[in-house]
Ligand binder design. Structure first.
Ligand code: SAH
Length: 347
């Protein structure tokens, strides 16, 4: 197959493209034009690049491909949430979700095909990690959802959360490259303040984010502030311990001065005791933070059960009594398996 030998043009940066044209005895600014088509205008075909000569387009066609995603299937929930099954150039599939609220449209995007971590309560964990997404594959999900937001809700995308499939910090370089494009003028020009990266908590990478002085927000899927309990539901916690996580978060705050959000599900018999809340309160003291209590979305036979309202109230009251901001999040898109932890390429 001839196309296998061609290079994915979006693996080239602007300078590479400029040199490509210079080396051919053409003008460097052609490279800028192509770059703009590829990123800002989201072109998926060289024939779209109408300000280039036919000959130039043919040369590009000869040398490169534009790998891009295809929204294979779109499902719409009763609450307006849209779930996309996104096919990648090699046939693998990830999911991304558009979540509308009266004032915002949030895109929930994937960073890996499957996931290498092993959270016991998450459907994506069962897929295992197949590969990392490339920067353009992350970027394209955002562009697709921005278009859907304009089409169905008459407004542009306003927020992005990296809470789809995969562990974003295990695909660090590609994640940062994608966010550069999303926030840069040559891409979508979105404010990094409207982007949240959610991690299960990889201490070394949290430190790296801080060192890289990133401007987006950080959310950590904590679920328990008790070492043994967290290890029992998120086994990788045996390696990336809570103690190390805590140190990395203190470091994050020192460097960025950006408040951390802890995502937390309360389950019956797992983290529903007073000691669990107290441990969470203590954990929140290490660095300025707030807590999002998220609803559990059942994924199987019922090994995990969401705790009752009384337990949730105990969490809310105790956190508030200690001056910690807490919000209770209701799930969206449950009827189409689009909610947190349900992304598993089921349909
Ligand atoms: N790997 C990243 C991002 C993906 S998960 C992370 O762990 O943060 C996005 C959020 O959904 C995480 O907070 C995760 O803990 C939560 N989650 C996973 N499975 C869930 C489920 N079945 N119900 C509710 N939330 C779940």
């Amino acid at each position: 197959m001839e196309s296998v030998a061609k290079k994915d043009i979006r693996a080239l940066n602007r300078e590479d493209l400029r040199s490509f044209f210079l080396d051919r005895g053409d003008q460097a600014y052609r490279g800028d034009q192509v770059y703009e088509w590829l990123w800002k205008k989201g072109a998926h075909s060289f024939s779209d690049m109408t300000n280039l000569s036919k000959n130039t387009r043919a040369v590009l066609e000869e040398e490169f491909v534009i790998n891009h995603i295809e929204v294979d299937r779109m499902q719409r929930s009763q609450d307006g949430t849209i779930k996309n099954a996104v096919r990648l150039h090699d046939g693998l599939v990830v999911e991304s979700v558009l979540i509308p609220t009266p004032k915002r449209t949030t895109a929930c995007v994937s960073s890996q095909v499957g996931c290498s971590l092993d959270c016991k309560f998450c459907a994506t964990a069962r897929l295992k990690r197949m590969r990392n997404l490339n920067p353009d594959e992350i970027y394209d999900q955002v562009v697709a959802i921005d278009r859907q937001s304009r089409l169905y809700y008459n407004r542009p995308l306003s927020n992005i959360v990296f809470m789809g499939m995969g562990e974003p910090l295990m695909n660090y370089n590609n994640l940062l490259k994608a966010i550069d494009k999303i926030t840069g003028d040559e891409g979508l020009g979105m404010s990094p303040k409207r982007i949240t990266v959610s991690t299960s908590g990889v201490p070394k990478m949290i430190r790296k984010l801080a060192d890289d002085r990133v401007k987006f927000k950080l959310a950590v899927s904590l679920h328990s502030a008790v070492e043994e309990t967290r290890t029992s539901i998120m086994p990788f916690n045996a390696t990336f311990t809570l103690a190390e996580l805590r140190e990395s978060l203190i470091y994050w705050y020192q460097k960025t001065k950006s408040k951390i959000t802890y995502e937390y599900v309360v389950w019956e018999g797992i983290n529903d005791k007073r000691e669990d809340v107290e441990a969470l309160v203590d954990f929140c003291r290490f660095a300025p933070s707030k807590v999002n209590l998220i609803e559990y979305n059942p994924i199987d036979d019922g090994a995990f059960q969401q705790a009752g309202e009384d337990v949730i109230s105990m969490y809310v009251d105790t956190l508030e009594a200690n001056g910690i901001t807490v919000t209770v999040r209701r799930s969206r898109g449950k009827d189409i398996d689009a909610a947190c932890g349900q992304l598993a390429n089921k349909s």
